[in-house]
Design a protein around this ligand. Structure first.
Ligand code: PEP
Length: 253
């Protein structure tokens, strides 16, 4: 059985103090018995990692993620954060290839492959994002685009490396817009993603890889999305900034 995952992406929100308060509320509520087999991930700003990490109990189901890391381990890259720095702080996962980073920072397929490798090398789990803009869907080119995003950055990994990934399908038109993919649209794409993974890495790997849906997930729509057979949870932006709402989403499996 695949892991059920509710991952909050806080983006560039909250001060360290506000973030610590939000994290402590999430951690408190996440210890509810009904969530014992759901993995809760908080993807927080770099400045919050150290203090939040200290209050996470040593249970297996509450993890901390970073929202990016640099592709090199060290060097003259003013303002950047490296994988060894994150590993040192005890970070479990790193979100890579979020559409905001692809768009604003022009992250290329090659750069994302390097980042994926560096994150894996430092024993952290990449949460690798993919997803199309509205125009691609309207042209019916969304499947080709998602296939290209995954194959160009990930399909040179070996089976052992690939098996450690989490994939997040996030249609760009649904991120922060309040418009969510229907459960049929989400299932169709998740099934497609699992299918291309099967063709490349085989059925047993494809069956193990968690594929999260992201894009305006809320407590009201989480249940219908999470009940799709190939949707293993969510990457949740705006709604993860409210502990109660986020935990309601996590309880929607
Ligand atoms: C995201 O940033 O990954 C995201 C899905 O945002 P939102 O839930 O706000 O659409």
């Amino acid at each position: 059985m695949r892991k059920k995952i509710a991952a909050g992406n806080w983006k560039m929100n909250t001060t360290p103090e506000e973030g610590l308060k939000l994290a402590s509320q999430v951690i408190h509520m996440a210890q509810d018995e009904s969530l014992s087999d759901t993995t809760i991930i908080m993807s927080v700003p770099f400045t919050h990692i150290e203090s939040i990490k200290k209050i996470i109990p040593p249970t297996k189901n509450i993890l901390i993620a970073a929202q990016n890391c640099h592709k090199e381990v060290s060097g003259a890259y003013t303002g950047e954060i490296s994988a060894p720095m994150l590993q040192y702080l005890g970070v479990d996962c790193v979100v890579l290839g979020h559409s905001e980073r692809r768009e604003y920072y022009k992250e290329s397929y090659a750069e994302l492959e390097t980042k994926t490798r560096i994150v894996l090398k430092h024993q952290m789990t990449p949460i690798f994002c993919c997803g199309e803009k509205l125009a691609k869907r309207q042209e019916n080119a969304h499947f080709d685009l998602v296939k290209e995003q995954l194959s160009s950055s990930l399909f040179e990994l070996n089976v052992i490396e690939f098996a450690k990934l989490v994939i997040a399908y996030e249609p760009v038109w649904a991120i922060g817009t309040g418009v969510t993919a229907s459960s049929e649209e989400a299932q169709e794409m998740h099934h497609f993603i699992r299918d291309i993974i099967t063709k490349k890495y085989g059925d047993s790997i494809a069956k193990k890889i968690p594929i999260l849906y992201g894009g305006s997930v809320k407590p009201e729509n989480a249940q219908s999305l999470f009940s799709c057979p190939d949707v293993d949870g969510g990457l949740i932006g705006g709604a993860s900034l409210d502990a109660e709402g986020f935990i309601d989403i996590a309880k929607s499996f």
